[in-house]
Design a protein around this ligand. Structure first.
Ligand SMILES: [Zn+2]
Length: 145
């Protein structure tokens, strides 16, 4: 069972356009144990209307950064009937240099990683349980394409 701890979002003014950027830091629990964290960001004023994020899995019950910890950069967008989740490459991720996330994987590495099912399990929850993300998509019907 996956649970997402919802903390206060950080809102800031986007340097490129003056829109509002929202940044989320979320802790994910699996069967009540710290399992993963993710970061997500989106803007109310960008034409792509996507949520950009990264999930980090591995050893989140300890304070160390264990060698097996890895991070999966992703994007979520919506079309008429559902949400799409795509993996992106490490160098496209705004968090590619954040050491605490572990090694940031490229798309191909991510897709063949044994934890990829956990990543999609978490993103399935993000679009249902993370109210900031849910509201962002509700408020952006123009994202339907
Ligand atoms: Zn902007």
């Amino acid at each position: 069972m996956i649970e997402i701890e919802l903390t206060e979002p950080k809102k800031s003014t986007c340097e490129c356009c003056g829109g509002t950027t929202t940044n989320l830091t979320r802790f994910v629990y699996k069967d009540n144990d710290a399992f993963a964290i993710y970061y997500a960001t989106f803007s109310d004023n960008h034409p792509d209307n996507a949520v950009v994020g990264i999930v980090s899995i591995g050893g989140w019950t300890t304070d160390e950064i264990p060698p097996e910890r890895v991070a999966f950069p992703f994007e979520i967008w919506q079309n008429e009937d559902n949400f799409n989740v795509g993996l992106t490459n490490a160098n496209e991720s705004p968090w590619k240099d954040v050491d605490i996330l572990g090694k940031v994987l490229d798309r191909e590495e991510a897709l063949s990683h044994p934890w990829i099912d956990d990543v999609f399990h978490i993103t399935d929850h993000i679009v249902v349980d993370d109210l900031e993300v849910v509201n962002f998509f509700k408020l952006n019907p123009s994202a339907i394409n």
